[in-house]
Ligand binder design. Structure first.
Ligand code: ATP
Length: 233
């Protein structure tokens, strides 16, 4: 299986504080499904930020899509980021755009012709159960509805990798199940999926998903399968 992400001895420090992440090493196989768990403050969001290139590590090596992501020239960041769908913990919807226009953003940014935008937006809104809120501004949506719009926006461009930070934190169990099914469908189409969650129930729902656990900034690898190359290689 091809490796889509590789971390070797990665460390992250914010300012002059202690290291938030230390000696993080793992690799992600293209097309696999990963859960990242850990207590609040353990470093899940920080690890995801490194993955979607919002943050550079203070030490270590990160390869993404086969290239060195640490020394990637700034000008190439947008091109890389377009290959990654992100569901932010705080949604980050654009407040002056409607729900439909928020969902359409990745397609428009990628230069998809306007005639090819409407149908997938409609399909995604239906998938997340919000067809009737297409014209609503984010401020008029509930937290769970905003989260579903953020998920629709993250997956509409069929990204090579989907990174989601607590994507079911604001929805009821039935909707969480449905959203997970959406991620699963995307994964079956070949997208590598990384979901940070506290919800251990979710983890059992995806057959064959890998689990990474982070404790005080260090990754524990319960399956022993995430390290690349293996420690004893
Ligand atoms: N921008 C920042 N500047 C300084 N410290 C930060 C910053 N972002 C996160 N931290 C610190 O890094 C540590 C890990 O935070 P992080 O958000 O990665 O944890 P988390 O596991 O995602 O937590 P939660 O589950 O509560 O979202 C925390 O101690 C946090 O205070």
């Amino acid at each position: 299986m091809a490796t889509i992400v590789q971390f070797e001895n990665v460390g992250l420090r914010y300012g002059t504080g202690p290291e938030t992440l230390s000696d993080v090493s793992f690799s992600l196989g293209a097309g696999s499904f990963y859960f990242l768990t850990g207590a609040s403050g353990a470093g899940k969001t920080s690890l995801l930020k490194l993955l979607y290139l919002a943050q550079r590590p203070t030490r270590g090596m990160i390869r993404l899509f086969g290239e060195d992501a640490v020394t990637l020239p700034r000008a190439r960041l947008p091109g890389f980021r377009r290959r990654i769908g992100v569901v932010f913990q705080d949604f980050r919807l654009v407040p002056h755009l409607s729900a439909a226009d928020n969902v359409a953003l990745p397609l428009r940014v990628s230069g998809v012709p306007e005639s090819d935008v409407e149908a997938p937006v409609r399909e995604m809104l239906a998938w997340v159960g919000l067809s009737d809120r297409a014209h609503a501004r984010p401020a008029t949506l509930s937290g769970g509805e905003q989260q579903r719009i953020a998920i629709a926006r993250a997956v509409i461009g069929r990204p090579e990798m989907l990174v989601a930070d607590e994507p079911t934190g604001n929805v009821d169990p039935a909707m969480a199940e449905r959203l997970l099914h959406l991620f699963d469908s995307l994964n079956r189409l070949g997208t590598t999926v990384v979901v940070a969650t506290h919800d251990l129930q979710l983890i059992n729902r995806i057959a064959g998903a890998h689990m990474m656990r982070i404790e005080q900034g260090r990754l524990s690898d319960p399956t022993g399968s995430l390290r690349f190359p293996p420690r004893d290689a």
